[in-house]
Design a protein around this ligand. Sequence first.
Ligand code: SAM
Length: 278
Amino acid sequence: MIEPLPRLSDRHFREIAELVEQQVGIRLPENKRLMLEGRLQKRVRALGYQDINEYVDRLFEDDHFDAELIHLIDCVTTNKTDFFREPFHFDFLRDTAVPELLRKTRGRPLKIWSAACSTGMEAYTIAIVLDDMQRSGVGFQFRILGTDISTGVLQLAEEGIYTREMIAPVPEAMAKRYFLSSKDKSRSEVRIVPELRRSVAFMRMNLMDAVYPVDRDVDVIFCRNVLIYFDKPTQSKVVERLCSHLRPGGYLIVGHSESMIQNQSIKIKQVQPTIFKV
Ligand SMILES: C[S@@+](CC[C@H](N)C(=O)[O-])C[C@H]1O[C@@H](n2cnc3c(N)ncnc32)[C@H](O)[C@@H]1O
């Protein structure tokens, strides 16, 4: 028999929702309560607690807080991503942004940042597109940085191991060139080739932090499908901080449901619904 989940009390839900919003900017309105309860069950069991309310009480104990916060953040973040997600952005990168930026880089490597990179599919898609351009004769170097708040997804990103199903959106010729099949044929897994893995660095970073430890001459920033979780003032602050890391003429690319940042008082030009230029 499946036992019903113990429910979070109103007070405990409020406490955890406030903490999550303050720490990572993600809002947890009432309609997310069930989701939160479901996602925290595994942690409650792993820690041997009676129920989810005990989890919240113990979370705030001093000696436990910092370490558990990392797990809590892994539980509350939504990490949905894909290779070549919103493919128009990668066409824009190849056909417009890179050719234009290369005219100004004077031989220095292009710098691309995938902020909120989840399991790395976005960062590796960028690497695939840029490497493919190099192979077709466009001479340039590039460096890619992937950052995210969730340690769980960053570990997967660093490993660069995916299932065959996950790489379905990658065009066949690229899949052959940029992924290695598992030696164990019973596993339907592939791994990004080492040369491509070496072109991407991953780092834990919270977009809510006042200062980002990232260069200030980035050419293109992808910050897709994360702003949507923040309230408007937080979105503005994050976009402003991100833009301060772009070189003049650099691009900020957001998710398809995030084009609303145009309404805010940030000095960026909207060149496409989801593409902005500083
Ligand atoms: C839905 S995924 C989007 C992944 C990818 N950008 C894409 O569009 O496919 C959102 C990611 O944002 C990350 N995230 C949420 N809040 C964050 C924060 N405050 N700082 C950094 N990353 C955050 C989550 O961990 C998650 O991996």
